[in-house]
Design a protein around this ligand. Structure first.
Ligand SMILES: *Cc1c(COP(=O)(O)O)cnc(C)c1O
Length: 405
């Protein structure tokens, strides 16, 4: 196997993107997604940190942040930069990315700064319920749309129902600037405060700009199945050979992996050029994903996480829930190193990441989030995963769920 399908449907760069020297990324994003002119910090995590700092100033004394128990560990690590904030994991609804409503009600009180609602896997999560519960105790809602740039919630961009929203432009997340964040609020005063905080807290960093620009050129050159064999496939196999699943998916973050600076002008211009192709790319991905999701949903005991009626998410990959942990593990043993874009999202729930644990406060029981971590796998929605590739993945899954043990 000398080809590796990328695990997500990142938008490939063209050389003319890398050479583009005009345009304004914030304005282009605002126009494309009908959002207020966003601030552009260096990452999605930096966007979250800025949002939390602004909310802390507005609501001093509130020191608890409620987040989904199954999410990117960087979300918990953000609290390190916002002392004395503590992170409280909340369970999920069964087989869903939505927060468990009863537990969220129980966890929310007048010490709650904010609730993070995560549009995981490009799906449109239920913001209304979280908003109602958070409003009742005076807490904010932050929409983590890191994986969902371009998703529509009741016809508007995700990130506009909550108090604050952000996207990520990290490698592999749709539009990329080799790390970058997009931060905004529908509330004009809060939106201005986010911009002020970014200007105050995030300096320009020449060192980071040079490093990230080099990474972006690397992406332009190597983000295709042959290149990914070398820069992604080999490291994946090496980690798995050592039984290091967290390393295999690149989940092994620490608080030292979070630089705080602004997104430089050159990378913004590369983003402007690529953004012009994003709407078509997302639309083709949506068509492909819905067709494939229907095939997967027809397998006994298998389900793909879908959108509720009227919601229109993006499809970086299909989030597949297998009948049980055993069938999921069997599928991964066969498919993880097949080069066919099958992998796992986050390996564990938050309390099981050693770097996140010191920032957490015990919440409730997180059985459903643990079941989600144990039973899910992801199938890339990259255009490089052809129908023939997909049929091979489907046939393997079909055989696994059909066999009694
Ligand atoms: C990637 C991701 C983040 C962090 O974004 P970065 O740009 O990588 O810092 C936050 N939340 C979720 C759900 C993510 O997938």
């Amino acid at each position: 196997m000398t080809r590796e399908i990328p695990p997500t449907a990142g938008l490939p760069l063209r050389w003319r993107d890398v050479l583009n020297l005009s345009g304004d990324l914030a304005q282009s994003l605002a126009r494309q997604f009908s959002i207020p002119l966003p601030a552009l910090p260096c990452s999605g995590t930096a966007a979250l940190i800025i949002a939390l700092r602004v909310l802390q100033q507005r609501m001093p004394g509130r020191a608890r942040l409620i987040v989904p128990a199954y999410t990117c560990p960087l979300v918990a690590l953000a609290a390190h930069y916002c002392p004395p904030l503590r992170v409280v994991p909340c369970d999920l609804q069964p087989g869903s990315i939505d927060l468990d409503e009863q537990q969220l009600k129980h966890l929310c009180d007048d010490s709650t700064l904010a609730v993070v609602v995560t549009h995981l896997a490009g799906r449109v999560a239920d913001v209304d319920t979280a908003k109602r519960i958070a409003d009742a105790v005076g807490a904010a809602v932050i929409e983590d749309a890191a994986q969902a740039m371009g998703a529509l919630d009741d016809g508007n961009s995700v990130g506009l129902k909550g108090d604050v929203g952000f996207f990520s432009m990290a490698l592999g997340k749709g539009l990329t600037t080799a790390e970058g964040g997009v931060l905004f609020s529908r509330d004009p005063a809060l939106h201005q405060a986010l911009h002020r905080q970014c200007r105050h807290d995030l300096p320009f960093s020449l060192r980071w700009e040079l490093q990230r620009s080099a990474e972006l050129w690397g992406y332009a050159l190597l983000y295709q199945p042959r290149g990914l064999h070398y820069v992604y496939g080999k490291a994946l196999r090496a980690a798995l050979a050592q039984g290091d699943e967290v390393g295999a998916v690149g989940d092994d973050f620490s608080v030292n992996d979070i630089p705080l600076h602004r997104l430089g002008g050159y990378r913004q211009k590369v983003g402007v050029a690529a953004l012009a192709r994003l709407p078509d790319y997302l639309q083709q991905g949506r068509t492909r994903a819905l067709r494939r999701a229907a095939r997967l949903n027809a397998l006994p005991g298998v389900s793909v996480v879908m959108d509720r009626p009227g919601q229109q998410g993006t499809w970086p990959f299909l989030m597949v829930i297998m009948p049980c942990a055993r069938t999921r593990d069997t599928a991964m043993a066969l498919l993880w190193t097949s080069g066919l874009g099958v992998t796992r999202l986050f390996i564990r729930t938050l309390p099981d990441y050693p770097a996140a644990a010191p920032l957490l406060e015990a919440g409730g029981d997180i059985t459903e989030a643990q079941a989600f971590a144990a039973r899910t796998l992801s199938i890339s929605n990259s255009h490089w995963l052809t129908d023939e590739h997909f049929e091979r993945v489907l046939a393997q899954l079909k055989a696994i769920v059909a066999s009694p043990d």
